[in-house]
Design a protein around this ligand. Structure first.
Ligand code: ADP
Ligand code: MG
Length: 238
C-alpha cells in the first residue's frame, strides 16, 4: 500500500474548481515534485495535504490512516514556505524550537532535536542571531530546521528556493536532496521551475488547470511526454 494517497480530491473556491479530481499515490521515502505553471493549483494542493485548507470532495490518507478531516496539527506533516515565515524578534534557536516549546515538549528532547537540525543544516554558528542578521539562504535553512525538529512523517515544500539567486538555488537544491537522503523522509516539493523538477524528483507530477497531465520519472516525462503540454512545458527550460 502507498504511504500518501489522494483519492479523487477536488477543491472549489466559490464557483471556481481549482483542484479537479486528483488521485495520486506516493511511496514512503519518495521525493515527489509537483510542477506546473503559476496558478495551476500547486500551492492549493499542498495546503489541502497539510490541512491548511479543507477538501471539497475526495479523501486523503497517510500510512493507511484517513486524515481528510484531521486538523493540520494532527497530520504529522511539516510545511516549508517560500516566504520563510520566521519570527523577526526571535533568535534562530528560538524560531526553530518555537513549536516544540508551545507544545511543552520535554526540554532535553528540544535540545537534542535542535542540535541535530543545526548540525544537518550548518546552523550551529548562527543559533543566537536574529533573522535580519541572516542571508536569504540561511533564513531558508532556519525554515527547514523548524520543519525537521517536528520529526514529520511527510515534508511539504512550496517553492522554497524561488527567493534565492541562481547560485544559492543550486546549493540549496543539493542540500535538500542530501537531507532527503539522510532523513529518508517522504517529501513533496512544489516548483514552477522545470530544471528543479527534472533534477530533483524521483517522481514528477505535472499539473495544469487543477488536473494531472502526467505522472512519471524525469526520464519517462522526457522520453515519453503524454501530450503536447508536457512536452512543451518540460522541453523548454527558462
Ligand atoms: P499555484 O501555486 O500553482 O500558482 P494556487 O494553488 O496558488 O496556484 O492557485 C490556484 C488557483 O486557485 C488560482 O486561480 C488562484 O487564484 C485560486 N485560489 C487560490 N487560493 C484561493 C483562495 N483562498 N480563494 C480563491 N481563489 C483562490
Ligand atoms: Mg503557489
Amino acid at each position: 500500500m502507498s504511504y500518501v494517497t489522494l483519492d479523487h480530491i477536488t477543491k472549489d473556491f466559490g464557483p471556481a474548481r481549482v483542484i479537479d479530481d486528483i488521485s495520486l499515490a506516493i511511496e514512503k521515502g519518495e521525493f515527489v515534485v509537483f510542477v506546473g505553471p503559476s496558478g495551476c493549483g500547486k500551492s492549493t494542493l499542498l495546503r489541502l495535504i497539510a490541512g491548511l485548507e479543507q477538501v471539497t470532495g475526495g479523501a486523503l490518507a497517510i500510512d493507511g490512516r484517513d486524515i481528510t478531516r484531521l486538523d493540520s496539527a494532527n497530520r504529522g506533516i511539516a510545511m516549508v514556505f517560500q516566504s520563510y515565515a520566521l519570527y523577526p524578534h526571535m533568535t534562530v534557536a528560538d524560531n526553530i524550537t518555537f513549536g516544540m516549546r508551545m507544545n511543552k515538549v520535554d526540554k532535553a528532547l528540544i535540545a537534542e532535536r535542535l542540535s541535530r537540525a543545526a548540525q544537518m543544516l550548518h546552523l550551529e554558528p548562527l543559533l543566537e542571531r536574529r533573522p535580519a542578521q541572516l542571508s536569504g539562504g540561511q533564513r531558508q535553512r532556519v525554515a527547514i530546521g523548524r520543519a525537521i525538529v517536528r520529526d514529520p512523517s511527510v515534508f511539504l515544500f512550496d517553492e522554497p528556493l524561488s527567493n534565492l539567486d541562481a547560485a544559492l538555488r543550486h546549493e540549496m537544491r543539493v542540500e535538500i536532496l542530501k537531507l532527503h537522503r539522510d532523513l529518508g523522509s517522504t517529501m513533496i516539493y512544489v516548483t514552477h521551475d522545470q530544471v528543479e523538477a527534472m533534477t530533483m524528483a524521483d517522481k514528477i507530477v505535472v499539473l495544469s488547470g487543477g488536473k494531472i497531465e502526467q505522472i512519471g520519472s524525469p526520464l519517462d516525462l522526457y522520453l515519453k511526454p503524454a501530450n503536447r503540454f508536457v512536452a512543451e512545458f518540460l522541453g523548454s527550460p527558462k
